[in-house]
Design a protein around this ligand. Structure first.
Ligand SMILES: Cc1ncc(COP(=O)(O)O)c(C=O)c1O
Length: 379
């Protein structure tokens, strides 16, 4: 019988934390406090400390974390925000929701993150901010990006939705800086499949700036202070107490789980050695500099990606494609008039990437099965 490998399996993780989570939920049910409160505050403090940031504000989702950060910076109609097109839609969608324009900057084909050397050519008099994404759990190359932002007086909002606990270490021996703590704002998602996942939607905004922190805090609750007196026009984007209670339990295991993911990435690297580089065009993920990659995803690249994915599905191996269509070519952005060929690294990545199963509970046998099936495809 062939080993089947699901792309992810949240049920195993639930089993290992079930009792603790049920008792944390019981506590919430008995207090009947469902919106914000002490659990949300405790989670904010926990995440701020973990990311070495001064302030953290719990919000309803990672998408809202981006939206609220942009709102707090006053970004709106007529403004431009530079961001990579090879990311989840929310990165650009949040900019568009406010009437601002996303301006797409191509990626570095090794890391899939925004290529800082292509930023300056996209800056105009309307540019207000740069929005790098730390894709798949590895930080974008922030030093050159932060330098440009400083020189050109642009805000930096980090989309760290996939990178809780990741570190940027461009120089060996230098202290790493945590994802979400390098820009004006860092935005996180606790979507269920993230490394720290809620049982629904949840997100967080990080900042070191007390004024910006207060702004986001106001904006997430309709801008009201005190209640029913509205200083600004905000939205309803509060983090549920139930989600905070669950996340506080799961947070205790985050470092262990991250270590397990990193071990599995290393094991893939070893298992693939036999095949790679004998298969032309097969590329494994690389860790740049001394970065702390938290392997939210383990993404390989192959020219015959669609055929390989189909074969693996038939063989019982789950995979996924992040992302099959770069944002500048999406139907909803046709009005921006980008054409195929404008951002070639992002376009090529969309055709070639394939995410393999990677989660703390993935067994060695399962990993062997994944790589064996890929070997069988190439035989
Ligand atoms: C890169 C990126 N940005 C933003 C988001 C949005 O987060 P959420 O799904 O919590 O709204 C996600 C997660 O789905 C993401 O992966």
């Amino acid at each position: 019988m062939k080993t089947k490998v699901p792309f992810f399996d949240l049920a195993i993780q639930f089993k290992s934390t079930e009792e603790e989570i049920k008792s944390a939920l019981d506590e919430v049910f008995h207090t009947q406090q469902f919106i914000l409160g002490s659990k949300v505050q405790a989670l904010e403090e926990t995440i701020a400390q973990y990311c070495r940031s001064r302030y953290a504000i719990g919000v309803a989702s990672g998408s809202d974390a981006l939206l609220l950060s942009l709102m707090a910076l006053g970004i709106g109609a007529g403004d431009e925000v530079l961001l990579p097109p090879f990311t989840f839609f929310a990165t650009a969608g949040s900019v568009s929701r406010l009437g601002a324009t996303p301006v797409f900057v191509d990626i570095d084909p090794e890391t899939y993150n925004i290529d800082p050397s292509r930023i300056e050519e996209k800056i105009s008099s309307k540019t207000k901010a740069i929005l790098p994404v730390h894709l798949f759990g590895q930080c974008a190359d922030m030093n050159p990006l932060l330098k440009i932002a400083k020189e050109r007086k642009l805000f930096v909002i980090e989309d760290a939705a996939q990178a809780l606990g990741a570190e940027y270490k461009p120089i060996a021996g230098e202290d790493g800086r945590r994802a979400g703590q390098m820009g004006d704002f860092g935005c996180f998602s606790f979507y269920p499949t993230k490394n720290l996942g809620a049982f629904g939607d949840a997100g967080m905004v990080l900042t070191d700036n007390p004024d910006l922190s207060e702004k986001v805090r106001l904006l997430r609750a309709h801008g009201s202070q005190p209640k029913y007196f509205h200083k600004r026009i905000g939205i309803n984007s509060r983090l549920d107490t139930i989600q905070a209670a669950i996340l506080l339990v799961k947070f205790k295991y985050l470092e262990k789980w991250t270590g397990e993911r990193q071990k599995r990435a290393e094991r893939y690297q070893l298992l693939f050695q036999e095949l790679h580089p004998s298969v032309e065009g097969l590329r494994l993920p690389t860790v740049q500099y001394q970065n702390r990659h938290i392997f939210h995803q383990y993404v390989i690249r192959v020219p015959e990606r669609d055929r390989l994915k189909k074969f693996l599905t038939q063989e019982g191996i789950g995979t996924d494609i992040y992302y099959p269509m770069p944002l500048h070519l999406q139907e909803c952005y046709a009005f921006l008039k980008y054409r195929r060929g404008d951002l070639p690294n992002s376009e090529k990545a969309s055709e070639e990437v394939l995410a393999l199963p990677i989660y703390p509970e993935l067994t060695e046998d399962q990993q062997i099965a994944v790589v064996d099936r890929i070997k069988a495809f190439y035989k």
